[in-house]
Design a protein around this ligand. Structure first.
Ligand SMILES: *Cc1c(COP(=O)(O)O)cnc(C)c1O
Length: 424
């Protein structure tokens, strides 16, 4: 599908005059239309809830949009719990799906009344110590079936290599232990494949989890309040990909539900999701300006953003489509590497990419960076975090996080010795 920016060159110029590049911008209309589709796709399940994966785009303004659809928040750290509390999410709307979890974070999650999803059976002992015998009424366990997760279109992932979740045998034992500690309602959670661009993933995962839940229900007689399909629903980063059809995905999960859970007498179970990428990915862009061109053995375009602003290409070799704003329809007849300034040669947003001719001062719109984009930023080379902007439905632009300053960057030094030199 042709990738179309949600802002024009004129808009970029206007925004740049107030909030200089590089900046992240999110499209409120796109986010809302997609959220509404998600709600509709699972409306057959009265208890359905999406717990937006906060780590994808940890910004309270984005989280508040999610709340208009009664979505909750999937958190895996203290900061994410604080953000959920800051937007007044109640415990029922907070899923704490962490791993390698520090004690304090279990206590923090407990005090917010969050639903705790245990990554490992040893954490029950941890909670014995921390909760002094008072376990929450509802708790969840994360499953890892091991081996390889395959779909019929050839897409696969490797749960057997992943650090998350419990084995099947541990899962049975964990539920029994939790039941003995007074827990009355249970959840089952699994995340078996990432960025799946197929309508098959959730239905196939749901089939596995529903059957397992029915088996555990039969064996232990415990009540499953929810099955959590977690994240992993992907987006096509390349223009030749076909986006997932969330209505078809919802229908596929519905079929499995009617086939497995309803006959097992478990038709009151809620279906939960924890999507991040699918909720925000396509509705965010990193906009950066061309500031250098360099002709050596290859043609380089240097921009004012770098991998510290968007790590995915450097970290995973991820493809992000680039549009030169104002030249949307121009022929792509120039071969470029588009680079940032880090002293790391993997700081390239594109390698050997055919693009229209780029002139200095042009705005490069890096697509599909709404999730796991800004969030994965860092400060290498003393590069600072950009601002985050929200393009509202009425066309106005709201700054939802200001750009970091050198003062912010230096503020964690004990500055008595260098204070004035550092501008503090
Ligand atoms: C990262 C994560 C998600 C979100 O994954 P996406 O691929 O962005 O949908 C959901 N749940 C858990 C536990 C995660 O770690």
């Amino acid at each position: 599908m042709r990738k179309v920016p949600f802002i024009t060159r004129e808009q970029a110029e206007q925004i740049d005059s107030k909030f200089p590049t590089p900046f992240y911008i999110y499209d409120e209309r796109g986010i809302r239309e997609n959220a509404e589709r998600v709600r509709k796709a699972f409306s057959w399940n009265p208890g359905f809830r999406e717990y937006f994966a906060v780590k994808a785009t940890p910004n309270p303004y984005i989280m508040k949009i999610m709340q208009d659809y009664d979505f909750g928040f999937d958190c895996s750290s203290s900061a994410e719990l604080v953000l959920s509390d800051a937007v007044h999410a109640d415990g029922e709307h907070i899923m704490f799906s962490s791993n390698d979890t520090p004690d304090e974070e279990y206590l923090q999650a407990r005090s917010l009344g969050a639903i705790i999803n245990l990554d490992d059976i040893t954490h029950i002992g941890t909670l014995d110590r921390l909760f002094a015998g008072k376990f929450p009424e509802t708790m969840s366990c994360r499953y890892n079936p091991g081996g390889v997760f395959r779909m019929s279109n050839g897409i696969m992932d490797n749960p057997g290599d992943s650090k998350y979740g419990m084995t099947k045998a541990q899962l049975f034992e964990a539920y029994e232990m939790l039941k003995a500690r007074g827990v009355r309602h249970f959840g089952l959670h699994a995340f078996l494949a990432s960025n799946t661009v197929t309508n098959e993933y959730y239905p196939q995962l749901a089939g596995q989890l529903f059957e397992l839940a029915a088996e555990i229900h039969g064996a232990l007689g415990i009540h499953f309040a929810f099955i959590n399909l977690s994240g992993g629903v992907g987006i096509p980063y390349t223009p030749d990909g076909t986006p997932n059809d969330i209505m078809k995905i919802g229908e596929g999960v519905h079929e499995q539900y009617d086939r497995i859970l309803v006959p097992a007498g478990m038709g009151d179970a809620a279906v939960y999701t924890e999507m991040g990428r699918f909720m925000l990915g396509p509705y965010g862009a990193l906009v950066t300006k061309a500031i250098h061109e360099k002709h050596i053995y290859k043609e380089y375009i240097g921009v004012d953003a770098c991998a510290a602003n968007l790590m995915r290409p450097a970290m995973y070799g991820a493809y992000h489509h680039i549009t030169v704003l104002g030249r949307e329809d121009a022929v792509c007849d120039h071969l470029y590497d588009v680079t940032g300034s880090l002293c790391e040669n993997n700081d390239k947003f594109a390698i050997d990419r055919m693009l229209p001719e780029i002139k200095m001062g042009d705005y490069l719109y890096i697509h599909d960076t709404g999730a796991h984009g800004f969030a994965m930023g860092y400060n290498y080379n003393g590069r600072l975090w950009s601002c985050e902007l929200l393009l509202k439905e009425d066309g106005t632009v709201q700054q939802i996080r200001r750009a970091e300053t050198l003062q912010d960057y230096f503020s964690t030094f004990d500055t008595t010795e260098f204070a004035s030199a550092l501008g503090l």
